[in-house]
Design a protein around this ligand. Sequence first.
Ligand code: PEP
Ligand code: MG
Length: 902
Amino acid sequence: MAEKWVYFFGDGKAEGNAKMKELLGGKGANLAEMSKLGITVPPGFTITTEVCTHFMNTNGRFPKTLKGQVKTALEKVEKVMGSRFGDARNPLLFSVRSGARVSMPGMMETVLNIGLNEDTISGLVAKSGSERFVYDAYRRLIMMYSDVVMEKTAGIEPPEEKGIRQQLEKEMQKIKEGKGVKNDTQLDVNDLKKLVNIFKKKVRQVLKKDFPDDPYDQLWGAISAVFQSWNGKRAVSYRRIENIPADWGTAVNVQIMVFGNSGENSATGVAFTRDPATGENRFYGEFLVNAQGEDVVAGIRTPQAINAVSKTETSKHLPSLEELMPKPYNQLAKIRTKLEKHYRDMQDIEFTIQDGELFMLQTRVGKRNGTAAIRMAVEMCEEGLISQKEAILRVRPEQLDELLHPMLDPKLEKKAGKLAGGLPAGPGGGIGQIVFTADDAEALAHKGKKVILVRDETSPEDVHGMRAAQAILTAKGGMTSHAALVARGWGKCCIVGCGALNISASKKVLSVDGKKLHEGDWLSLNGTKGVVYEGKVGLLPADPGKNVHYKKLMSWADKLRKLNIRTNADNPQDAKLARNFGAEGIGLTRTEHMFFEPDRITSMREMILADDEAGRRKALKKLLPLQKKDFIGIFKAMDGLPVTIRTLDPPLHEFLPNDQASQKEMAKRLGVSVEAIRAKVQTLHELNPMLGHRGCRLGITYPEITAMQVQAIMEAACSVAKRGVKVYPEIMIPLVGTKAELENQRELAVDVAEKVIKKAGVRVNYLVGTMIEIPRAAITADKIAEVADFFSFGTNDLTQMTFGFSRDDAAKFLPDYLSKKILSAEPFQTLDQEGVGQLVDMGIRRGRSTRPDLKVGICGEHGGDPSSIGFCHRVGMNYVSCSPFRVPIARLAAAQAAVRKA
Ligand code: PEP
Ligand code: MG
């Protein structure tokens, strides 16, 4: 049998279903499913994603049998509708829309009203009884088609504000101004007839081509354009950000047009089965009377609320759908319940009401921010809709970030100068400098600047800049506009529909009530309330402990996970913070960070400068009490939990000043000559410091350093133990590559520790273990484990040494590796499971082959990365350790790993 490229749906039947997302895209699969569920959808057909892949691979050609299959499906639709495409008396019009496997809101093209031409106009006028409506649809077709098919798809890149669409908009504006009216709806049929002629002329003049009159030319032009838009600039950027593979392709949905713009008894809208901003279980949505879907998404008119609970500041004076059209509203509310029950998740739906009759255009799992995701997961579980395990999987670990994210300080906010108000589309606070284009946002963010992207309208072309910005602010658009959807998906602070702003992107200026702000000026946004302030208002850290849903979800996660979660912390404050976030111990204290403090660096330098052991010991003696004090603080903060402390790791030259002025100052402070310092810097200079005299190599050359550190650790431990603190010190030796290295340091450590214990007269149990961060250590882990109480994988160094990529220099080439797809993820952020992961797996197996009860963890950056945490679970680690703010993320990721594996 020939391959099937086209799937029909409508009239209570469908060839596809919701499970066929890969082939039919999300929209196509769900249209099929809704049709089968007996929900009214406009009939049509889906052209599969395989056609897209074929189209891309063959330079824009379609499979041979596609035309025939489209014709058959089209005839089926004609039969259901009792009218024909291109028929002068009783014509059918089509919409052509994209639909990938996962939703990519606004990233690809849509063409509506396909099939309108000089012949079919009269038929449609007779059918609809409104000449005005038909000419309005025709002018929309010309605008959309010339923009999408004839300009964008043809690869024409007009200068800013010179695109065909803008030029046509200007023509329409002229007519409106000539008549002295503001809204499109105030144009009468004669204006629209005139406009259609002006549009056609303009299209010919600008694009050097006639607007096509043949309905089939229009249809195939639109189908090609939608397929092509898979590789359009904004779709490509969005895919890159969201990690969507290019070879998935999009499906194309061809559906009969239903008109939300056929009069005052018609409407079109978007709704969510639960509130996507808060997660509350209430029906939430917006609509426009007498409008097409593009009007809602474009955010040109202020949308009305579908019901009382959806009303906002800007829509509270307007009647709701429930008040205006109670019958279709009640039908919609019933469909809401049916869809949630069926899909068992919050749905984002699109609908159109044509002359009082309700049609569903789309349903898909709705995007939501982190706060909402948590609340929905917990409440759906409590309602019995989903299980606890499903609830755990419903929240992406990164989404917790949002709850942990800062808000504007309310005290400072009260005093701040309010600039304007808009719709609270993305909660949290955002502070940054104004930029007016997405490219500028990206470029400046790249330079480390904090920027706020300010745009007039919400354009999907801006997606890369939206990503780079701290926050997004738009003058137009509603809660369901593109910017709002995208920002919510990312949990980014965002305010839309801020009507008081007057923005000129070309002049890079923004005015509000006569006040002018320029690029680079500071703004602060409260995305939870929708308020914009001038200048920099302070930020406050978030307090997730107050969120009951979060606490519940995390308690479920803690029950399900097998991995323990520790934190990397170098001081008591971080340790406390992490403990509040749920850390169950410290997996890494980098002691060198303590040596950089102003009160210690001098003694440290003195130690480095010393010519002999006696000199070093003298300096170390000064450091001992300071280190001990640090450790006491950390042990107290972690009362009852294990604390892993690593001995000195970095190369010594890092502690010495490189510039002349600082060398001079150091000489003065230490009472030595500048030459002596310069000479020492010279001696310590290494060509490859990362592979040089660092880690346990330091402790082997200068045993007194390790001895001092162990003494400080154990004296601190004994002293707090005496005061009733439960202390579990774990001494960790870095950068070990051979068993003998660890044996050397272990003997020294045990010797010192036992002496301290004896002197203190309290027994404190301690462990001596090692980091596994050199490939050789992973390979010989069976031998190393004979002298190690625990392993902690230092995957930063292990990645560096396995790839041979310098940690400090890789930023020069890694972006190219990612954009050229030589690597699929940044290996210093996400563990390279294929390569580095093998060493980790091998290290654990071999280690446990000689010491079955070996405790194993990870303390590299990957310990806080959700996909790497999944790997750590699978290879049987006991714990992961990450920075304090990532502790909740790790708790959830570990639970998800356990659920997925179970
Ligand atoms: C590591 O190498 O993964 C590690 C945790 O140590 P550092 O980053 O301090 O080298
Ligand atoms: Mg390391």
